[in-house]
Design a protein around this ligand. Structure first.
Ligand code: DGL
Length: 194
């Protein structure tokens, strides 16, 4: 991933596979990914997956939704080990008929979540909201301010107006602000953390 976000994914994988070893790459030099062009993200994905290709790994997990949305095929082509699809597996768990997705601008633009959800549940109503201000604030640990609460309300309002029943955290940084989102969301909206 681009920074601290991937640790939310890594933590869960370690819980599931405590006896495996992991290499985690946090590309803080090029953070944030979520506002980069497709071309830039594909180049980064090619470079990083080529490096992992030399690390004697048995499997590869893209902990970054933005990279997964835009460059999963490039990574799969580059590596000869299984590559897990974070977005596809999150989409397969959706039960509700009206689903909101919050993610980076590049992920939202790709519509990867909408396509993946509709593949599993074609009648689902999916609404995606891009949240460009979250990642820089989370990386700076600015997650307890009134400012971020106001921003969260602004991002979530359009989704709540559409009466969503669940909300997918479509960026691995967002589980780090779950307490804040819980405060802003009505209790009947279920949070889905891929
Ligand atoms: N955490 C990443 C994601 O899941 C990217 C965040 C960023 O660098 O913008 O999309």
């Amino acid at each position: 991933d681009s920074g601290v976000g991937g640790f939310t994914v890594l933590r869960k994988v370690i819980e599931l596979c405590p006896n495996n070893s992991f290499i985690y790459l946090a590309d803080t030099a090029r953070l944030p990914y979520g506002v980069k062009t497709t071309h830039e993200i594909v180049n980064i994905a090619e470079e990083i997956s080529s490096w992992f290709g030399c690390q004697n790994i048995d499997a590869f997990l893209v902990a970054c939704n933005t990279t997964n949305a835009i460059a999963l095929d490039v990574i799969k082509k580059n590596l000869d080990v299984p590559v897990f699809d974070l977005i596809g597996s999150a989409a397969s768990t959706v039960q509700e008929s009206r689903v909101g997705v919050i993610a980076t601008p590049s992920t939202v633009k790709s519509k990867a979540y909408t396509s993946a959800i509709l593949e599993f549940k074609p009648k689902t109503y999916v609404i995606e909201q891009s949240c460009p201000e979250f990642v820089p604030m989370i990386e700076m640990d600015n997650i307890y301010s009134n400012e971020i609460i106001d921003i969260a309300i602004r991002y979530l309002q359009p989704l709540l107006r559409q009466r969503i029943e669940s909300l997918i955290l479509g960026c691995s940084h967002y589980p780090l602000i779950t307490p804040l989102l819980d405060k802003v969301l009505p209790t009947n909206v279920k949070l889905i953390d891929p």
